[in-house]
Design a protein around this ligand. Structure first.
Ligand code: GDP
Ligand code: MG
Length: 440
């Protein structure tokens, strides 16, 4: 299906001349898509201005593909807004690097702290975790359980209410023992209370951390700027982790967090498990903001793989966001040829939601089984997937033909529904971006 995105974009971008009015309309549609993704209103208008300043239509040489230029400029400006130009922090080997995690309660600090500990541990750093959340009952237990699962040494104390004291003790102990990465999990509180910030300042002074990471829920939207700014004013935030990006959040608050802290986003939290942590990739992220999947990543990946291509009619349909089971069949067989599913999934809208979380091998097997089921479907089922009646006898026939169970046939149909939904959304967004004159 990735090929289809690219092809659809290509066909749309090769259309007629774009004038000033059309540029305005295109920017309006882009703005709408970004506001839907929870990007801050001020930043959206800033982006529009920047794009307008850069795309000077009158000065372009004839023959320039103007639509593509607008699209490219929007994409680049969004990347720029998400990249403060600071290289991500790297702990120094052979030294004790103290990293403090801050953020409001429930945003995912403890979870992220342990994920990051696990990440560094696997990179070969001697890593320890310190629980400085003395505010919430059960905070230490939560850290202890997760740290045990990650097999990362931890420090904390029951019944102690002085966060600075516990944190200092823990950091001191890990330093003494020659730990290289010492991660300090702090308390959050529900609101931006004065007491919380006072405690963060005290911890900052006592520990003088080498780095501070601000953890923010990716779905908080318009509140992101003030929240990030409040922390930045008290402690020198050095980088940002955006959590809960496995849900429906498109993550527009990310732009706010970067603007408010002048810090790069380093990781995305994509689930509750230890390895649900992705290193931040600005281009994929912008693709996601715009609801298109990772268009650029796909272009280069697809160039290297030998894939089935959609025909004209298929392309037209898909660019309108309409999908059949045959399209899904093509997508799955392409996906198997593209390489690691986990990587491909993050580039294709709708795929991440349907692939199993387990190992690469499990995911491959699952996709193969689905292909076997799709192979047992007839022409009508594949091409007129929404109009045929999916009754039990039909499902039983397909199950028998493929040697799989009716339940698995049902699963394929459920996945089809999920992907179709993702695609109709993308079709809409692509129209917003690429066909400005037509409204949406
Ligand atoms: P803290 O109060 O900031 O320490 O937040 P926690 O780490 O305790 O997380 C709050 C809740 O969000 C917990 O139920 C976590 O399991 C959940 N959570 C944290 N990060 C993620 C994530 O990336 N994805 C999902 N789905 N849940 C998350
Ligand atoms: Mg916590």
């Amino acid at each position: 299906l990735g090929t289809k995105i690219v092809k659809a974009l290509q066909s749309l971008t090769n259309q007629v001349v774009v004038d000033e009015t059309a540029l305005e309309a295109a920017l309006k549609e882009v703005a709408r898509a970004l506001l839907e993704a929870d990007v801050n209103v001020k930043q959206v208008s800033e982006l529009r201005q920047r794009v307008k300043n850069r795309v000077r239509l009158a000065e372009l040489p004839p023959g320039t593909n103007r639509r593509r230029l607008i699209h490219k400029t929007v994409f680049e400006e969004l990347c720029r807004m998400l990249d403060p130009g600071i290289p991500p922090y790297r702990p120094q080997r052979g030294q004790s690097n103290v990293i403090m995690f801050v953020g409001l309660q429930g945003n995912g600090k403890t979870t992220s702290c342990v994920k990051v500990a696990y990440f560094y541990k696997r990179k070969g750093y001697r890593t320890g975790l310190v629980c400085a959340d003395t505010f919430r009952a059960g905070a230490f237990d939560q850290l202890r359980q997760n740290a045990t699962r990650a097999r990362v040494p931890f420090y904390g104390r029951y019944g102690e209410t002085d966060a600075v004291k516990v944190a200092s003790e823990g950091v001191e102990r890990f330093r003494r023992e020659g730990f290289e990465v010492i991660l300090v999990d702090t308390s959050g509180r529900h609101k931006q209370e004065a007491a919380l910030f006072a405690e963060m300042e005290q911890l900052d002074r006592a520990l003088t951390p080498d780095h501070v990471i601000f953890v923010m829920d990716g779905s908080i939207g318009q509140a992101a700027y003030d929240q990030a700014r409040a922390f930045q004013q008290r402690v020198r935030v050095g980088s940002v982790i955006l959590t809960k990006m496995d849900g429906h959040a498109r993550g527009g608050g990310a732009l706010s967090a970067v603007a408010a802290t002048h810090s790069p986003i380093v990781f995305l939290g994509t689930g509750e498990h230890l390895d649900d942590l992705e290193e931040f990739q600005v281009q994929s992220f912008v693709g996601r903001l715009l609801g298109m999947g990772d268009v650029r990543g796909l272009v280069s990946t697809i160039a290297e793989a030998d894939l089935e291509n959609p025909d004209e009619e298929q392309m037209n349909r898909i660019s309108q966001g309409i999908l059949t089971l045959r399209d899904m069949q093509m997508q799955y067989s392409n996906v198997l040829r593209l390489g690691p599913l986990s990587k491909v999934a993050s580039m294709m809208p709708g795929m991440a939601e349907i692939l199993p979380k387990g190992s690469e091998k499990d995911a491959q097997t699952r996709v193969r089984n689905m292909l076997v089921i799709l192979d047992s479907m007839n022409r009508e089922e594949l091409d007129e997937s929404t109009s045929v009646r999916w009754d039990d006898s039909r499902k039983r026939r397909i199950a028998r033909g493929s040697g799989r169970s009716v339940q698995e046939v049902d699963e394929v149909l459920t996945q089809y529904k999920l992907i179709s939904k993702a695609w109709s959304r993308i079709g809409k967004n692509m129209k917003h971006l690429m066909q400005p004159g037509h409204g949406g």
